[in-house]
Ligand binder design. Sequence first.
Ligand code: HEM
Length: 153
Amino acid sequence: MAGAGHIRTLLVAAVLAVGISACATRSDSPAPAPVDDAVYRALGGQTGIEGIVDDLLDVVVEDERINFQFALANIVRLRGMLILQFCSVSGGPCRYDGLSMEEAHAGRGITTAQFNALVENLILVMERRGVPVATQNRLLRRLAPMHGDVVGP
Ligand code: HEM
């Protein structure tokens, strides 16, 4: 499982490096593009995301590679903020209004190994909940750019 998580982490980095080209827009169509909530729906909407976050927190508190980082955390707030953030990044009808990723993680000494452990746990819970791999990857691709703000001294 650790191997699979590692390979997926590398895949996310590779996809990011390639980048995503923007859609062409027609100058004679002024209506804004509709929000693409396909990932939100594929995650099971609000109920699905709440389940993923609950399972993720359960796995994290048992994971000795990273649980010490959460020893003083306000888990109720963290749960609410993670639900909002996953909803928002997956195109759901939420607006994340918590701390920036830089503010939330500054000074915690989070390493790339710890970041990867969290990603591995997220893959594990999505896998257990039957989230299709393509949907897993689409969510991970949107979280991966946060690496630079989460990892640091
Ligand atoms: C993509 C990866 C990650 C995401 C999306 C993420 C997201 C978040 C969010 C939304 C918050 C709440 C901010 C707020 O309270 O306003 C938070 C806080 C926090 N995160 Fe992360 N995080 C990530 C990675 C990590 C990692 C790898 C660790 C440590 C191993 C970590 C440890 C913490 C801690 C300790 C807090 C503060 C909790 C508290 O004091 O209440 N995070 N994170």
